[in-house]
Design a protein. Structure first.
Length: 79
């Protein structure tokens, strides 16, 4: 848990909100007194897709993508 002063909170609010979105809890101090707590609000803050959800386009390989390399191609790679 991170603590910041009110001045730091005002100056860096956008950055602090990004940290809260990623799960961090931040305490705001007025002097030495804790006056507020920034916490994620729960559902919807997890930016990861649910397990099994497709999150990118399918990859398509050419028909020869898995074919063995020729002797010339192996030589180019130093193999």
């Amino acid at each position: 848990m991170k603590t910041v002063t009110t001045h730091q909170a005002k100056t860096h609010l956008s950055r602090l909100l990004r940290e809260v979105e990623s799960g961090e809890t931040i305490i705001i101090l007025s002097g030495q007194t804790k006056v507020a707590k920034l916490t994620p609000i729960g559902e919807g803050t997890d930016r990861r897709p649910a397990f099994g959800t497709l999150s990118s386009k399918p990859v398509h390989l050419s028909e020869d993508a898995c074919q063995p390399l020729t002797d010339e191609e192996l030589a180019e790679w130093g193999l």
